[in-house]
Design a protein around this ligand. Sequence first.
Ligand SMILES: [Mg+2]
Length: 231
Amino acid sequence: MKLILFDLDDTLFDFATTFDVVLKKLFAAHPVISRYDADAFFETFQHYSNELYYLYEQRISTVEVYRNRRLIEALAAFQYTMTEEEASDFNQNYIREYVRSLQPDPAVQMLLNRLKERYQLGIITNGPHDMQEGKLERLGLMELFPSEQVWISNVVGLAKPDPQIYQLALDHFQVQAEETMFVGDSWEADVAGPIRVGMQAVWVNKYGKAPQTDVKPHAIISNIHELIDLL
Ligand SMILES: [Mg+2]
């Protein structure tokens, strides 16, 4: 093994928890949204966030349009008509607050520094371009992953599990797929996709989900820190 490629969100940091905390805080401070029952509104918002995700995932709309839509639809369910501009303002604030709330995790940095002694390291992420670079900076990962070792789907115009996005990393590091381990939490993007191009994969399965297809990852771990025992 020469190269380890990581997913970012929910692999190198906890995206989901930060998402919940930041949005609940912003909803509670919002002049309109704060009038509604907090749990009921958040649940409705999450429903639309999941239901409309295909718009962004299948690149039917931009991430900005998707973020506005999920908020506008959630508010419509509470009989409030939010304008695109209001939604846009809210979401720009959300991105700022989200990125600002992140902090480096010394344990993750220590793990990556140890791995870096023996392997080349890269990141391939499908996350939105307007957040990923800020996340890396706030998480203190810029030194470990200089920008030429990070592939962001919106920036390169390809998204996991497109075989070509994995190839970009192989070409950059001049290694073969067989010499590469992919580590991530998404079955399709981080396990099945990499295995199809000949890589090995470690599935970070924090929530104990069932595999979606019959491909076999090299290992299944519940936390990134278990990686050190595998390599
Ligand atoms: Mg992920």
